[in-house]
Design a protein around this ligand. Structure first.
Ligand SMILES: Nc1ncnc2c1ncn2[C@@H]1O[C@H](COP(=O)(O)OP(=O)(O)OP(=O)(O)O)[C@@H](O)[C@H]1O
Ligand SMILES: [Mg+2]
Length: 511
């Protein structure tokens, strides 16, 4: 006996002839947590889709052994029966179904006679949510009533409801708060103690270092190294991922900050579900030319609501004024906002950023199509050239611009959304969680791009939950808490502690 729960040997997978995985080996012991690391597009999700039979046996080369026996799974059903449970990078919840229905999707308990046993389902769902420290979630409400972080935990709850011997978590924490991540790591520790093995994928490498026993790094579909975590640290993981040392996480580029360009006055947003509740409460601020303004705050502080209202994309009632270059402008819809000179890269790429049925290139030029019309013809050459430039500028990894956008790795889809908004030539670029799911090297590229845009006189508003990132790239930092503006700091000598103190409503809030 090898002592391995599972072995993948010489796994190779091609998409239309292009290799995505090239001879990868991976072996997992019971109770072991493997950190699977690699840059965007390295092949992490693809490898896990092979393992969980999203890509059935026969659509790739190599072999998988479970308990030393060949596993030739034809579908997710087969791998789930074998105890291999995957939590996908993109959420798979059905928004209209209740929380409990989602948790039991495909596994619903039935009563004699075949009707669904709702009481049993709801009871078990409540238990799972207590484990996930989400006791305030109502299991009989539709999932769509809850925000991104809660949905991600509900997705994890769905996996906990199945009997796992091997749990695969593909970017499970991208939209979780620090406290929620702690709960998740605690649950994984419990599972490990019970002998459940895990594969953990995350671009938040501190998390990987905290929970994993073994680090497997892949690059361009090839295995680079397998190392016990005791011999690793975050910097070494990064070096293996990129094939070089990265001794600087934040680029610097001097940029001049000019006059006030944009002003938001008395923005107030009401909760679409509870019309008396304010999500944003009378927030006003100014933005200067070439300035990078970070907006920090705890989840639920109203940051996304504030920027989507400014951009005319807020789904509930809101009021307030937006001024650009001394004029009041109409930003009541995203199209009017784009006309006025705004662009927004949204937090939720899957629902608001990409159009799933279009190609990479079509997604990139979606907002500026009229630019290529020449007397009712489309100037395909110009369009292709601009797409090519954007792909190069953002180092977007795609085999061809004609590929469906859904074929891109998560981080590269994010770059495509950014490319689309940059093509509109904005004066004010709003980025909501711009580096979610993006690898360290690409993060650096995005920050560099932000600084270059600022140096060209574009003003940037960045909402981010990663305080280190807010402090790493912003010229000024606004802090929100419970819908109100709680701090406005020049980013000089500013610390995470000062920002956090402001976010929870303590401390001296103007620097
Ligand atoms: N359905 C598909 N069709 C064509 N190419 C694909 C498809 N799925 C993945 N690829 C390609 O395979 C490569 C690996 O993608 P994968 O999604 O596994 O990367 P990843 O390591 O998970 O990246 P990320 O960190 O961004 O999530 C990428 O170059 C991607 O474009
Ligand atoms: Mg992935």
């Amino acid at each position: 006996m090898s002592g391995y729960l599972l072995e993948m040997k010489g796994i190779a997978k091609r998409f239309d002839g292009v290799p995505a995985l090239d001879g990868i080996d991976l072996a997992i012991r019971p109770g072991e947590c493997i950190g699977l690391c690699g840059e965007n597009g390295a092949g992490k999700s693809t490898l896990m889709k092979v393992l969980s039979a999203v890509y059935p046996h026969g659509t790739w080369d190599g072999e998988i052994l479970l308990d030393g026996q060949p596993l030739r799974a034809q579908s997710i059903r087969d791998t789930e029966d074998a105890g291999i449970i995957i939590i996908h990078q993109e959420l798979m919840l059905v928004p209209e179904l209740t929380v409990a229905e989602n948790i039991f999707l495909g596994n619903e308990p039935t009563l004699p006679g075949g009707r669904l046993n709702y009481p049993a389902m709801n009871r078990r769902a409540e238990e799972i949510l207590r484990e996930l420290k989400l006791p305030d979630v109502n299991v009989v409400l539709p999932v769509k009533n809850y925000g991104g972080g809660h949905q991600q935990l509900i997705e994890i709850g769905k996996a906990l409801n199945k009997k796992a011997r091997l749990l695969i978590l593909d970017e499970p924490s991208a939209s979780l708060t620090a406290a929620e991540i702690e709960v998740l790591l605690e649950i994984i520790r419990d599972l490990k103690a019970k002998g459940v093995a895990c594969v953990y994928i995350s671009h938040k490498l501190e998390e990987v270092a905290a929970i994993c026993d073994t680090i497997v790094v892949i690059r361009d579909g090839k295995h680079i190294a397998t190392t016990p975590m005791q011999q690793m640290n975050v910097d070494r993981i990064i070096a293996q991922m990129c094939g070089r040392e990265m001794n600087q996480l934040y680029p610097t580029l001097p940029h001049e900050i000019g006059e006030v360009v944009m002003e938001a006055r008395h923005i107030t947003c009401w909760d679409p579900d509870q019309p008396l509740r304010k999500k944003v409460d009378d927030v006003s601020f100014q933005l200067r030319r070439g300035e990078i303004l970070g907006i920090a705050g705890l989840v639920g502080a109203g940051r996304t609501e504030l920027v989507t209202a400014i951009y005319g994309a807020y789904e509930g009632a809101y009021e307030g004024e937006v001024w650009l270059e001394g004029q009041r402008v109409n930003t009541s819809t995203p199209l009017k906002s784009i006309d006025a000179g705004f662009a927004l890269v949204p937090e939720d790429r899957k629902h608001h950023g990409i159009v799933r049925d279009l190609s990479v290139g079509e997604n990139i030029t979606l907002s500026v199509l009229e630019r290529y019309s020449r007397l009712s013809r489309i100037d395909g050459n110009l369009e292709a050239r601009e797409i090519g430039e954007q792909i190069k500028r953002l180092a977007l990894k795609t085999a061809s611009p004609g590929l469906p956008i859904t074929a891109l790795s998560g981080g590269n889809q994010q770059k495509a959304v950014l490319a689309k908004m940059l093509l509109t030539g904005p004066k004010v670029l709003i980025l909501d969680e711009p580096t979610r799911g993006v690898d360290v090297g690409a993060k650096f590229e995005i920050y560099k791009l932000m600084l270059e845009l600022a140096a060209q006189g574009i003003s940037i508003i960045m909402v981010s939950s990663e305080l280190a990132e807010v402090l790493g790239v912003s010229d000024r930092v606004l802090v929100m808490g419970e819908g109100k503006l709680r701090g406005d700091f020049v980013n000089q000598g500013l610390t995470q502690e000062m920002v956090l103190a402001a976010a929870i409503g303590q401390g001296n809030n103007h620097g």
